[in-house]
Write a protein that binds this ligand. Structure first.
Ligand code: URA
Length: 222
C-alpha cells in the first residue's frame, strides 16, 4: 500500500482483540461505561506493546524455595507518561496501572475549533531532565488527528534534551494526515496505534473515527 507517511517507526497493533474492541468503540450507541472499559482493554494492549522496548537488568530474587536469577526493569530508566489534557487522561490510568513506577507529567493543550491549532494552558514538565538519556517518554493522546497538538508536545521534550528515538507517541486511532505530519517533522519518533483511518473531515475529526473521545469517555457534551 502507498502511504504519504513513513511507516519505518510505526507499529499498528494487529490482533483479533484489537479489531474486536475497535468495532465496539466505533459504535455510536455504546454508553460511557462500555466506552471506558473498551478504551481500557485497548490501552492495555498498547502499553504492553510499547513496553517491549524497555531495558532490563539482571537481579537476584529469593523465592520461598531458592534463590534465582531474574530480570527487572532497569532501575535508572525513568518511564514517563505524558497525557495531553483532556483526552490523554483516558489512557493514563491504565498506563500507570501497568507500569506503576512511571511518572505522569500532564501537559494541557486544547484544539482551537476554528483553526485546529493547539493552545497551551498547562505544562507540568520539569525545566530540564538530569539524565535525559535514561528517560523514556510516552506521549498519550487517544486520537492522532491533525498532529498539531502532538507536534507541540514532542517538540517540548526534544527542546529539553530527550533524544527523539526515546519518545513514543501512543494513540488508539490515527489519521494519515497526523502520521504524515509527525513522521515528516520527527524522523526517529516511535509511533504506536491500534488503527489508521481514512482521513480527517473539515473540522479535524477522524473519519470514520470514534467521534469526540473526551466527550464519550467523560460523558460530557461538546
Ligand atoms: N479528537 C477526537 O476526540 N476525535 C477526533 O476525531 C479527532 C480529535
Amino acid at each position: 500500500m502507498v502511504h504519504n507517511y513513513n511507516t519505518e517507526n510505526l507499529v499498528i497493533i494487529e490482533h483479533p482483540l484489537c479489531e474486536h474492541n475497535m468495532s465496539l468503540l466505533r459504535n455510536k450507541d455504546i454508553n460511557s461505561d462500555m466506552f471506558k472499559n473498551t478504551v481500557h482493554r485497548l490501552t492495555t494492549m498498547l502499553i504492553y506493546e510499547v513496553a517491549k522496548s524497555l531495558p532490563l537488568e539482571s537481579c537476584s530474587v529469593e523465592t520461598p524455595l531458592a534463590v534465582c536469577e531474574a530480570k527487572k526493569l532497569k532501575e535508572k530508566t525513568q518511564v514517563i507518561f505524558v497525557p495531553i489534557l483532556r483526552a490523554g487522561l483516558v489512557l493514563s490510568d491504565t498506563a500507570s496501572e501497568i507500569i506503576p513506577n512511571a511518572s505522569i507529567l500532564h501537559v494541557g493543550m486544547y484544539r482551537d475549533e476554528e483553526t485546529c491549532k493547539p493552545v497551551w494552558y498547562y505544562d507540568k514538565t520539569p525545566a530540564e531532565f538530569e539524565n535525559p538519556d535514561d528517560v523514556r517518554i510516552f506521549i498519550l493522546d487517544p486520537m492522532l488527528a491533525t498532529g498539531n497538538t502532538a507536534k507541540e508536545a514532542i517538540a517540548l521534550f526534544v527542546k529539553k534534551g530527550i533524544n527523539i528515538v526515546n519518545i513514543t507517541f501512543i494513540s488508539i486511532l490515527s489519521a494519515p494526515e497526523g502520521l504524515a505530519a509527525l513522521t515528516k517533522e520527527f524522523p526517529g519518533l516511535q509511533i504506536i496505534t491500534c488503527k489508521v483511518d481514512e482521513k480527517l473531515n473539515s473540522r479535524g475529526y477522524i473519519l470514520p473515527g470514534l467521534g469526540d473521545v473526551g466527550d464519550r469517555f467523560f460523558n460530557t457534551f461538546g
